[in-house]
Design a protein around this ligand. Structure first.
Ligand SMILES: [Zn+2]
Length: 159
């Protein structure tokens, strides 16, 4: 799709790409309201989960397993909140969504990055919608490095 941002990601957009499979890319989100928050983006233009092929579903299942283990192992997440929303595309009178899935790791104890401790004050409840997602760039780099390091060491092929 010519006018789809997700179909034409720049090198800069891919700066925080953590991982990819044949069908999916995984990025560390700009918003780090929950430390380690990521977004899984389907590589082809497709509007809904119901239009995924069997192969794409299979890869997504393996990817969800991989990302959950990574977030629990590397950052100490207690669980992950997965969501496929797409609401913002429907503000357009002619919506043409590009399938993507958010994952917010949830924590029953603080995540410490550098000298900063990040607390999940809503643990046990729905994730907050208006929490600041801004963290210092060095903390974001540390999260990225830790997650990517783990994912690079444990790619699918070694399972
Ligand atoms: Zn697209």
């Amino acid at each position: 799709m010519d006018n789809c941002d997700w179909c034409s990601l720049s090198e800069e957009d891919r700066r925080f790409q953590l991982y990819e499979t044949g069908s999916w890319s995984v990025f560390l989100s700009d918003e780090q309201d929950y430390i380690g928050r990521c977004i899984l983006v389907l590589k082809r233009h497709c509007s809904s989960l119901s239009e995924l092929t069997d192969d794409e579903w299979g890869e997504l299942r393996d990817l969800i397993c991989k990302i959950e283990v990574c977030l629990k192992t590397v950052l100490g997440a207690a669980l992950c909140n997965w969501s496929c929303l797409m609401n913002s595309f429907y503000k357009d009178p002619a919506p043409d969504p590009h399938l993507h899935i958010h994952v917010r790791p949830r924590y029953d104890k603080p995540v410490v990055l550098g000298g900063n401790a990040y607390t999940d004050g809503e643990f046990g409840h729905h994730y907050a919608l208006n929490k600041s997602g801004a963290i210092p760039v060095e903390d974001k780099e540390e999260v990225f490095g830790r997650l990517k390091g783990w994912l690079d060491r444990f790619p699918f092929a070694e399972e």
